[in-house]
Design a protein around this ligand. Structure first.
Ligand SMILES: Cc1ncc(C[n+]2csc(CCOP(=O)(O)OP(=O)(O)O)c2C)c(N)n1
Ligand SMILES: CC(=O)[C@@H](O)[C@H](O)COP(=O)(O)O
Ligand SMILES: [Mg+2]
Length: 639
């Protein structure tokens, strides 16, 4: 049976539908998105189910792609992708070569701006709005931003700039706040309380009821929109913070009610200047398990039966590095009352649920506010506390100046637990944690520790915690080699790496010469596999900074050539540090630096992406054999 959705290949097809057909389209779209995520077993769910009606209404009212829609974070754009010509490809969602999980300009003209790190949409939409004014083009710019993303400073920087005229020119920008009273975790902060007041006021309920009354005899569209707007404006709506920023504020309205959304959007599209629409939605709307537990249903990590919901977690699986961190954090908090744990809105992802439960007074979810998280930690450290900032490698990029200016320059003892360091996989380049080695090691006073397995991770965290200066510990998404984790608080000898395997003589080596592999982090394990085959030496360096220079120089003296491996960018990474060390010592030793090349990685299965970068065992071996396998390189170099 042909469905309405079958007929939708572009938003123009949506705009050809009658208004009365849109609720049916929304139902079909929600079901399609739900089944897509259930079958791919990989992707965001709650936020997508919550934006189905809003997506239909936006593409129905706005002349997309001429009118620009910028989706903040963009994790809620699966309905948008379905309506904009990608329905047939959605089964490839977040897979290598498949549809991306976030908007991507090179994927579709309807993806007007690449997002994924939150709170960028208003800035981008403002740029588009003012560009169209400068170019004399008639186009609207719409930013759709969630209540969680609205808590970030960057969103307010943009509101502050958008709400005023620019040389007498007002931006025709519409900011839509998609308020579902959820971040990934339950929302935090004063803004959330403020929005709750706006929503809970009796005017919102009256507006909902009133809207129904106003619309019940369905007058002509424009008249409908005018009446609705007058009705809404007639509410005793308190002056809102958004009006203080120079926006015309409308709402809150029901973000699942197309009868409210469409006339309101039509009305706002016709208006000039900065407009702000506050819509109220439910995360997971239309799917009972997701409505009941929006935290659990933020994203799917495995295929699931729609009728049964997410399968129960299998007991006894290998602990992830995140689990190792979460356990260590609780153990150390138990042992040291000075420990304070901070997360910028990633409680679950960073493994801090248990810590929050057991140490609520020392747990801080600061919202999507990485800059604040870092400097807040600095303030705590000034007073003798021991803050641990649990932050994804990619999201610490958002607090980089604070890391330098507020923590490192003042040499404050803050531990940065950098989860998701390395290739993350399905989330793609925006979330890959590939730059932290380079961006941390260049900062004075900062140290960077790179544990190679779960037990080493626990030890590295303790070692970092025992220092009195800023220390970052990086570890990857997911599980490691499955090494048993010892309890207690063992520490590494500071600044010392360790030789894990000693290669044979040149004659004994398959390479015909002595090669040492210096591994920085979890790539130690493929390096050991390769060394076993080639007869090479392997060192687990443990520290990028301070580098174990004695070990580097000793290996250089006792081997014909070196290899460095890291799951981080080659440019400025650990391999660069080794080259700097050799140069400082005036040692001319061939060094093969293996890491992430100077390109952005794709989204997809992390193992496949690692192999594409030549960082799986086969890739590492091939690179070494190609470089060193012919004849002793020194002879080649001096030839
Ligand atoms: C800078 C940054 N920090 C953290 C995240 C992780 N993150 C992704 S979605 C999300 C919650 C967003 O909440 P909201 O904007 O309300 O969207 P909803 O999921 O409720 O639709 C967070 C914290 C991110 N993408 N970017
Ligand atoms: C959209 C977003 O930024 C987060 O939901 C992120 O995708 C979480 O990543 P993990 O799945 O690695 O926790
Ligand atoms: Mg939200």
């Amino acid at each position: 049976m042909t469905t309405l959705l079958d007929k939708i290949h572009t938003p123009a097809d949506v705009r050809r539908l009658g208004r009365a057909e849109l609720p049916q389209l929304a139902r079909e779209l929600r079901s399609f998105v739900l089944h897509t995520v259930s079958q791919t077993g990989n992707g965001h769910l709650g936020s997508n189910l919550g934006t189905v009606e809003l997506t239909v209404a936006l593409h129905y009212v706005f002349n997309t792609p001429n009118d620009r829609i910028v989706w903040d974070v963009g994790h809620q754009t699966y309905p948008h992708k379905v309506l904009t010509g990608r329905r047939e490809r959605m089964h490839t969602l977040r897979q290598l070569g498949g549809v991306a999980g976030f908007p991507k300009r090179d994927e579709s003209e309807y993806d007007t701006f690449g997002t994924a790190h939150s709170s960028t949409s208003i800035s981008a939409a403002l740029g588009m709005a003012l560009a169209s004014k400068l170019k004399g083009e008639d186009r609207k710019a719409v930013a759709v931003i969630g209540d969680g993303a609205m808590s970030a400073g960057m969103a307010f920087e943009a509101l502050n700039n958008a709400g005023v005229s620019h040389a007498g020119v007002n931006a025709d920008i519409l900011v839509i706040l998609n308020d579902n009273d959820m971040s990934i975790s339950p929302p935090v902060g004063a803004l959330n309380k403020y929005l709750a007041r706006l929503m809970s006021g009796n005017f919102y309920e009256a507006a909902r009821q009133g809207a129904k009354a106003v619309l019940k005899n369905a007058p002509p569209l424009f008249e409908l929109a005018r009446r609705f707007e007058e009705h809404a404006k007639g509410m005793v709506v308190p002056g809102t913070i958004f009006e203080e920023f120079g926006f015309n504020y409308v709402g809150p309205i029901d973000g699942h009610d197309l009868e409210s959304l469409i006339p309101t959007l039509e009305n706002l599209r016709a208006k000039k200047g900065p407009q702000f629409l506050h819509v109220v939605t439910k995360k997971g709307y239309g799917y009972k398990p997701a409505e009941a537990d929006p935290v659990k249903y933020h994203a799917a990590s495995t295929k699931f039966n729609v009728d049964e919901g997410f399968p129960a977690a299998k007991p006894g699986g290998k602990p992830t590095f995140t689990n190792i961190f979460g356990t260590w954090l609780c153990d150390m908090a138990e042992a040291d009352p000075r420990l304070v744990g901070i997360t910028p809105a990633m409680r679950e992802g960073s493994g801090m649920v248990e810590f929050h439960k057991r140490f609520p007074a020392r747990y801080h979810d600061v919202g999507i506010a990485e800059q604040h998280a870092v400097t807040f930690a600095a303030g705590l450290a000034c007073e003798g506390l021991k803050p641990v900032v649990a932050i994804y490698s990619t999201f610490l990029q958002r607090g980089y100046d604070q890391l330098i200016h507020d923590v490192a320059l003042q040499n404050l003892p803050v531990v940065f637990a950098l989860d998701r360091a390395g290739i993350v996989g399905a989330d793609g380049p925006t979330h890959a944690g590939l730059y932290d080695i380079a961006y941390v090691r260049c900062i004075p006073n900062c140290s960077m520790l790179v544990p190679s397995d779960e037990n080493e991770c626990r030890t590295a965290l303790t070692t970092a915690y025992r220092q009195n200066h800023p220390v970052a510990v990086r570890y990857p998404r997911g599980a490691g080699a499955g090494v048993a984790v010892q309890p207690g608080f063992a520490e590494w000898p500071w600044g010392k790496g360790v030789v894990r395997r000693t290669g044979g003589t040149a004659a004994e080596s398959r390479l015909g010469q002595r090669v040492a592999i210096l591994a920085f982090g979890t790539l130690l394990h493929p390096a050991l596999q390769v060394a076993e085959k080639l007869g090479a030496t392997v060192a687990d360096m443990r520290f990028v900074k301070p580098m174990d220079t004695e070990l580097v120089l000793e290996l250089a003296r006792t081997h014909d050539a070196l290899v460095t491996v890291e799951e981080g960018c080659v440019m400025g990474g650990a391999g660069s540090a080794v080259l700097e060390c050799l140069a400082a010592a005036g040692m001319a030793v061939p060094v093969l630096v293996l890491g992430i090349p100077d390109v952005f990685t794709e989204h997809g299965d992390p193992a496949k992406l690692l192999a594409l970068c030549g960082l799986d065992a086969a890739g590492i071996e091939a690179a070494i054999v190609q470089r060193y396998g012919q004849r002793p390189v020194l002879a080649a170099v001096n030839a």
